[in-house]
Design a protein around this ligand. Structure first.
Ligand code: 5GP
Ligand code: ZN
Length: 119
């Protein structure tokens, strides 16, 4: 599996930087965002160092499908209220113009009662 020793999220995967884990399996990690905008705000990442959504290859299709189907389960587990009155927001910033700050693909899952700090 490709990792980048200088990448902050690869360091979280390796346990070199602590995180509040939401979920983990062989290929996926989810953990609380350090600077949450809402009552629920966690990040879901592939353990493999994929720089951004712009770097996805056909071989990542099953992994990305697993991540997307996992998200509603984790959102409910972390306290997002049920659809349709509740729900959640899924965001993946990609590249400079997309507002990406950490160069390891991550999906923000944001939810819970409003108001939120952003969005
Ligand atoms: P981006 O702007 O790249 O989409 O989002 C990066 C996110 O990673 C931000 O929401 C930021 O709060 C979060 N983040 C940055 N460094 C850390 C860290 O060391 N630990 C955790 N848990 N979150 C981080
Ligand atoms: Zn990485």
């Amino acid at each position: 599996m490709h990792t980048d020793p200088n990448c902050i999220f690869c360091k979280i995967v390796a346990g070199q930087i602590p995180s509040k884990k939401v979920y983990e399996d062989e290929e996926i990690l989810a953990f609380h965002d350090i600077n949450p905008w809402a009552p629920v705000h966690f990040l879901v990442i592939p353990k493999e160092h994929i720089t951004s959504m712009a770097h996805l290859q056909e071989r990542h299709a099953a992994l990305m499908g697993r991540i997307m189907t996992l998200i509603p389960k984790l959102a409910a587990q972390e306290g997002c209220n049920p659809y349709p009155a509740g729900g959640f927001r899924v965001v993946t910033n990609t590249g400079d113009e997309g507002g990406q700050e950490v160069q390891h693909l991550h999906i923000h899952v944001i939810g819970g009662a409003r108001p939120w700090k952003k969005g």
